[in-house]
Design a protein around this ligand. Structure first.
Ligand code: SF4
Ligand code: SF4
Length: 461
């Protein structure tokens, strides 16, 4: 017999007003695994922008300059289809992971969980003590001198950590070189960057310091989505009612393993009761599983009354690995990343875009030897997509047409865009109703990187 009672809104009063949660401290096997995972991830999140691959920042999403370095791959904003394939593949990969392993991302890898659990809650515990001491401190209020001292200390430490995280976060978007330059100059030299950094630090401070898990079930879109990505066979942190019910004390002679100690509720950072079933607010942090394992060990019952399992598993059904939904997500991931791989394999090292040149579209000149000629002014943007400096030679493959340029070959340093102004001169009699066609060839190290067909103009005759 189940004694489940409806939850009040998580971390909220019965009137729907959000209240502050004081989750109790917990230790256990899942906590140990998470602590190691968090330590590694904090290093990755903070240090990743400082690593280089082929001399470029390992991960740089420089939206302002429309450049993206993604683990050795250099992309520009005009390569939006490639960016779409990367992000679409990553989104479906996350769907696939969720369909099999539930909210493993929320519990083990989301920066929100990682920083709040490993740093903010730890700092809070050092300064304000256990959850009961923290609660008492807040109830006593600002009249107490210790309240002022502890809150000042805590929020100063939080601010320091938030500013540090904010700098690392910015490095992903502006690059470490720009960040280093800004950090070694006064804010007045980089007002925009300074204000963006201050805004991000403020957001982190409020979110990680105060809002915390309430963001997960109010604002996070993934938190909302995961319920439609999971099914009866997806892994989740669940309570086993067959073993646990009827809980002790709920009815006379109840023999369930749950002793109704409420430890699982006390440690929950979202303030829900896992015994009421899988809920959207559960971020799969496993604190309740560790707390319940501790209780089970003390009363000499098998561990795992709260454990990782599936709804089907709880109902005694066999686990189904081969299911259409995760395979569709996996298939879409493979499809998008496969297409990305193909496009990258066939991508040239130089991207060439013809632009409209300024001024008159053509000029007429008379060459004393070759007779009347027409000259068209053309402009090209050449983007270096390779991890090396290049030099591009431009030539006209059409007989009788000539390329005139002050800089040919065009030097193209790594990661740069070069502008090439060209003049194409050709005999006037090659015009047909004011138009002539020609083909330009762009070569790098003797290898053809692009061929472009041009329509040239001249006087109508
Ligand atoms: S911690 Fe375990 S025994 Fe205690 S109330 Fe929760 S489920 Fe029951
Ligand atoms: S129910 Fe358990 S796993 Fe879910 S958020 Fe609460 S403590 Fe974490």
């Amino acid at each position: 017999m189940s004694t489940a009672t409806p939850n009040p809104p998580p971390a909220a009063s019965v009137r729907g007003k959000f209240s502050y949660v004081y989750p109790a401290e917990v230790k256990g096997r899942f906590d140990r695994i998470r602590s190691w995972a968090f330590a590694g991830l904090i290093l990755v999140y903070l240090l990743l922008p400082w690593f280089r691959i082929h001399g470029e920042q390992a991960l740089l999403l420089d939206v302002a300059r429309r450049r993206f370095h993604i683990f050795g791959l250099n992309l520009w904003a005009h390569e939006a289809p490639l960016l779409f394939l990367i992000m679409g593949g990553a989104a479906f990969a996350l769907c696939f992971i969720t369909a099999y392993w539930g909210r493993i991302w929320c519990g083990y890898a989301c920066p929100q969980t990682v920083f709040i659990t490993s740093i903010f809650r730890r700092v809070e515990r050092w300064i304000e003590g256990t959850h009961l001491q923290r609660k008492r401190l807040d109830e006593e209020g600002a009249d107490q001198p210790m309240w002022v001292v502890k809150k000042a200390l805590k929020w100063s430490a939080f601010t320091l950590v938030s500013v540090l995280i904010s700098h690392s976060f910015l490095a992903y978007f502006v690059g470490t070189d720009r960040l280093r330059q800004a950090m070694t100059h006064p804010p007045t030299a980089n007002w925009t960057l300074f204000l963006v950094m201050a805004f991000i630090a403020g957001f982190i401070l409020v979110d990680f310091g105060w809002v915390r898990e309430r963001l997960c079930f109010t604002l996070c879109p993934y938190g909302r989505f995961q319920t439609v990505l999971m099914d009866r066979h997806s892994l989740a942190v669940v309570y086993d009612p067959v073993r646990g019910e009827p809980r002790r004390g709920s009815v006379a002679h109840a023999t369930g393993d749950c002793v109704a100690c409420d430890r699982c509720v006390q440690v929950c950072p979202t303030n829900i009761d896992i015994r009421n079933g899988v809920q959207m607010e559960c971020i799969a942090c496993t604190a309740c599983a560790d707390a319940c394992d501790d209780v089970m060990a003390r009363i000499k019952k098998p561990l795992g009354l709260i454990r990782y399992d599936t709804e089907a598993g709880l109902a005694g059904e066999p686990h189904r690995t081969a299911r259409p939904r995760p395979f569709i997500y996996l298939g879409l991931t493979v499809l998008l990343w496969g297409a990305l791989g193909l496009l990258l394999l066939t991508r040239a090292d130089v991207d060439i875009v013809q632009l409209r040149a300024k001024g008159a579209t053509y000029q007429q000149v008379t060459d004393p030897i070759r007779g009347p000629r027409v000259i068209n002014h053309l402009r090209f943007d050449l983007t270096n997509l390779a991890h090396r400096d290049q030099e591009v030679t431009i030539a006209c493959a059409t007989q009788g047409f000539e390329v005139i340029s002050a800089t040919n070959p065009v030097p193209l340093p790594r990661g740069q865009v070069a502008h090439a102004d060209l003049f194409i001169a050709f005999p006037k009699d090659r015009l047909d109703f004011g138009k002539a066609t020609a083909t330009l060839e762009f070569r790098e190290g003797g290898k053809l990187v692009s061929r472009q067909d041009l329509t040239l103009v001249g006087p109508y005759q």
